[in-house]
Design a binder for this molecule. Structure first.
Ligand SMILES: [Fe+2]
Ligand SMILES: [Fe+2]
Length: 317
């Protein structure tokens, strides 16, 4: 075996999991800091770059305490979303690998890594919920509706014939795990409340390993799928990727209402976010690792797949 071949060989592991995974080695607690009040003079609950309407003149005019409350709303929403996603989507996806639901022979190493990943996600849900509860209690955030993305993903599964569901679950995990690392990377660059930063950084370090693992498993699976399954998977991927980047207009409206904006002002504030172009832009910048893995699996070598994705505007024609 040549050196270059060796480096390209997938390993289907989470690397040095015992000495790297947050659940194994990070003993941090996730209580809010004692000097929270001082920290909030200069730090954010959530990166302003991830509250896309924060630069809107109506928000700017409302002042710092309104911005801070909107960021707190966003943080709680994001963490509630994470907790649900880890349990209901990612770990459900991992189950298809562990329990032979995909009708392919899974190598032992791949199965062990899947069991480790499942454990990681359980821990991420635990600390995400812990921080969400503290911030929600602090601001009296009572209306914790299920994020639209979760409802859309679960709704899609309901509509799929039972024999294709394991594949759909797997693909949802693959898409989620290859976009989350990039989302978290952008988040942790910002100046955040120390507990939030620590939590997101610990999460990110695990997710970098998960993203690599899911990319490898996708390539493995794609190589053994029969052509009709590949066609089915291509259509499902198009739908899944599209809905991962849809805005949650109903939640945004309720978040803005919680700080006193009326319906007309709120609609003005989120108008740009709801444009189809904005959806495509978010999608293209968030799916770099997802599309890289699909390219490696030779997904786009198929002319039909390439057309499907370029017609949707997801890739260049
Ligand atoms: Fe996670
Ligand atoms: Fe993950």
């Amino acid at each position: 075996m040549t050196g270059s071949t060796f480096t390209q060989t997938p390993c289907y592991t989470l690397g040095d999991w015992d000495n790297k995974a947050a659940v194994r080695v990070r003993k941090d607690d996730y209580r809010l800091p004692e000097d929270l009040e001082q920290q909030l003079w200069v730090r954010d609950w959530f990166p302003p770059a991830f509250v896309p309407y924060i630069e809107h003149p109506l928000i700017k005019a409302a002042g710092r305490s309104i911005v801070q409350r909107l960021e707190a709303n966003h943080l709680v929403y994001f963490l509630d979303y994470t907790t649900l996603l880890e349990h209901r989507v990612v770990n459900r996806s991992v189950e298809t690998i562990v329990h032979g639901e995909l009708d392919v022979t899974i190598p032992n190493m791949m199965k062990t890594a899947a069991l480790q990943l499942y454990t990681d996600e359980g821990y991420h849900a635990l600390f995400s919920n812990e921080v969400a509860e503290q911030v929600a209690a602090m601001y009296g955030i009572g209306d914790r509706q299920t994020p639209r993305r979760i409802e859309r993903l679960l709704g899609m599964i309901d509509k799929i014939h039972s024999k294709h569901r394991p594949l759909a679950w797997f693909l949802m995990g693959f898409v989620s795990e290859t976009i989350i690392a990039k989302e978290l990377l952008a988040i942790t660059r910002e100046s955040l409340v120390s507990t939030v930063y620590r939590m997101l950084r610990n999460h990110l370090e695990d997710e970098a390993r998960h993203s690599r693992y899911f990319s490898e498993v996708f390539q493995f699976l794609w190589a053994v799928l029969a052509p009709p399954q590949r066609d089915q998977a291509a259509r499902m991927l198009l739908e899944i990727i599209g809905l991962y980047f849809e805005p949650d207009a109903s939640w945004l409206m309720s978040s803005l209402a919680s700080v006193g904006f009326d319906e007309q002002s709120s609609r003005l504030i989120i108008a740009d976010l709801l444009q189809p172009d904005a959806h495509i832009q978010r999608l293209r910048s968030g799916t770099v690792s997802t599309f890289a893995a699909m390219k490696k699996a030779r997904f786009f070598d198929n002319e039909h797949n390439r057309q499907l994705f370029s017609q949707a505007g997801f890739i260049d024609g």
